[in-house]
Design a protein around this ligand. Sequence first.
Ligand SMILES: C[S@@+](CC[C@H](N)C(=O)[O-])C[C@H]1O[C@@H](n2cnc3c(N)ncnc32)[C@H](O)[C@@H]1O
Length: 282
Amino acid sequence: MTIKQALKLASGKLRKVTDNSWIDAEVLLCYTLKRNKSWLYTYPNKKLTPGQYQSFQKLIKHRLRHEPIAYITQLKEFYGLDFYVDRRVMVPRPETELLIDEVISLITALGNVVTVADIGTGSGCIAIALAKHLNKIKIYATDISSSILRLAKKNARKHKVLTEITFLKGDLLHPLKNRKIGIIVANLPYLATKQWLSTKPDIKLYEPREALDGGKDGLDYIRELLYQASKRKDIKAITLEIGGKRQTNKIKKIAKKYWSKCKTKIKKDLRGLDRVVIISIA
Ligand SMILES: C[S@@+](CC[C@H](N)C(=O)[O-])C[C@H]1O[C@@H](n2cnc3c(N)ncnc32)[C@H](O)[C@@H]1O
């Protein structure tokens, strides 16, 4: 079977589980052949060896069981960088890149802030993207699980920023008890449990629930984070990824309760949904 035929056949099968069946087929064939997309289109009539064909079919079967492409290839691009991922961590999402942009402009605006804490680091994508784009910044990255932190460190090593990030295990701000921080950035679980229950199988069957389910209204973790932050005197700003307007209003209320003079700013994602909240405290 040729490359062109294999792509056509695979894409036809994958249509059952995804709207991006052609792209998924391309990615999986590139992964099988260890070649890039332009190579596929340079040699569309090249024949797959029986071994290559078998490996490709195996990957297609995984995808037909709804396994996300990123877990199959163990790779996801985020903010121009490739991250190793597996089922321990949520696959980095493009909308989270908004958070990075906001933290970078906050730091530029505040000028003298030198410490950022990424709370719930997962794959490490936020802390690592910041480390790659900012100089002279101290970065902490925390998560509740040691196994997840090992994965994040693997990514930091890959991108040569391991020594620039301090990884700490623990609940939200607890591991940072005796350390000064200026900016908090967090993409914590924020789906309401009901929303999590109705996510598509790609998410529900494969991504860790602990990374996504934020309780009844999705705000269990964010509420606790803001509470913990309110007990400290060092924090100048908090940037959070959130899941829409209903959460914005609740977060604004909580923020005003803890910091009566704070200012909040909202950034929308490409679909027009409230996606990032920036709480400026001082
Ligand atoms: C939505 S994922 C985000 C991962 C990554 N920051 C990203 O943007 O792709 C949330 C992360 O928060 C972590 N987490 C959940 N509860 C936590 C807690 N109480 N303290 C610290 N991290 C927690 C999860 O293990 C998960 O890695």
